[in-house]
Design a protein around this ligand. Structure first.
Ligand code: ADP
Ligand code: MG
Length: 338
């Protein structure tokens, strides 16, 4: 009788502990850092111990920071030869690049082909004009100005993706037009988070989610859950959600015009530029993509944001991706609706 009571108590204790810590004794840990891709990165994981989480966290931080420096086009870092240096050497022949730069550029070129050229990393000359206008406006809002049409049209002459020449065997990249430059903002963060996810899995981590700005990438699922729950922000109301999706081994990436913009004469001008008009796209408030690959999700979310809503839904379906769009008038459209 006594033995049964003891067993009963032990069983109860085990159950309680199990509920506290999830199955397999794994607990939820979370941490964040700033410095990669100009955004806060939040890492959440289920791990057996604090030490295990610390390993996962520092690997994520180290690798994302390294990639972010390689892909930065605005700031040169000591000891790093990345896209900043490549842009500086435009028109000066082939430049030796790190394997991670080569891989990103190969992917970016593929992205151009997939999206019919709407996502074009060779558009740096045009994008930098908008970037400068935004930066100036941030310093002196009352002096905010639109770029001159002439400067935009002139820059648009130097955006040919064919002038980005990649030699995989030699490990070199070349910008054939001395006035061109690369801007990988549309794809680099997703590409980097995808790479780091793969590297964490190679290190044996199985259950985590990395959230970097509008990019969320998950692996595994919390104990006794189907997947990680990810909220999709309402572009019209900060902090509110329009939807929640559950993902496992997938990425959710949102592109929107509601976070990075500046204002001229009461009109907002955001950072995703239509290659046809050379102006911020005016079709969507936000475009969210859910698919297995985080790099593709990033490429597609920017592409969908640049398309007409119906065309965007069809395109997402053709790419095997789920999409949730918020149109200019606030309507929510979704690939699952027919
Ligand atoms: P975010 O950087 O806000 O996460 P996106 O993935 O949509 O959002 O990328 C936007 C960035 O992509 C811009 O800041 C700019 O650097 C770049 N960009 C803007 N328009 C284009 C375009 N048509 N093609 C390629 N890159 C673009
Ligand atoms: Mg993108």
């Amino acid at each position: 009788m006594k033995l049964r009571r003891i067993i009963g108590v032990l069983l109860c204790l085990a159950l309680c502990l199990g509920m506290l810590s999830g199955c397999g004794g794994e607990k939820r840990y979370s941490g964040e850092f700033y410095g990669a891709f100009d955004t806060v990165v939040i890492v959440t994981a289920y791990c057996a111990s604090q030490e295990e989480f610390d390993g996962l966290f520092s690997q994520t931080e180290e690798e994302l920071l390294r990639l972010s420096r390689l892909y930065d086009i605005y700031v040169p870092y000591e000891g790093v030869t990345g896209l900043y240096q490549l842009n500086q050497k435009a028109g000066q022949g082939p430049v030796e690049v790190e394997p991670e730069v080569m891989e990103l550029l190969l992917f970016a070129r593929e992205c151009y082909d997939r999206t019919g050229g709407v996502v074009n990393v060779a558009m740096g000359s045009v994008l930098s004009i908008w970037h400068e206008a935004r930066e100036q406006a941030a310093e002196e809002p009352e002096k905010a100005q639109l770029p001159s049409q002439e400067a935009l049209s002139q820059a648009a002459e130097h955006c040919r993706i064919e002038d980005l020449v990649l030699d995989e065997e030699a490990g070199t990249a070349e910008l054939r037009d001395s006035q061109m430059s690369l801007d990988v903002g549309a794809v680099a963060k997703g590409f980097a988070v995808q790479r780091v996810t793969e590297s964490l899995m190679e290190s044996g981590y199985e259950n985590f989610v990395i959230s970097a700005g509008g990019n969320v990438q998950a692996q595994g699922a919390p104990p006794e859950k189907e997947g990680w729950s990810v909220g999709i922000e309402d572009p019209q109301q900060a902090g509110e959600l329009i939807d929640t999706v559950t993902i496992t081994s997938q990425a959710v990436v949102t592109s929107g015009g509601y976070e990075r913009f500046y204002t001229v004469d009461g009109e907002r001008y955001h950072h995703i530029i239509d290659p046809e008009t050379l102006y911020p796209a005016q079709r969507m408030l936000s475009a969210t993509v859910i698919c297995d690959d985080g790099a593709l999700a990033d490429c597609l979310s920017t592409a969908l944001f640049l398309m007409e809503p119906e065309e965007a839904l069809e395109f997402a379906r053709s790419q095997g991706a789920l999409a949730i769009l918020v149109t200019l008038d606030g309507q929510v459209l979704d690939t699952q609706e027919k």
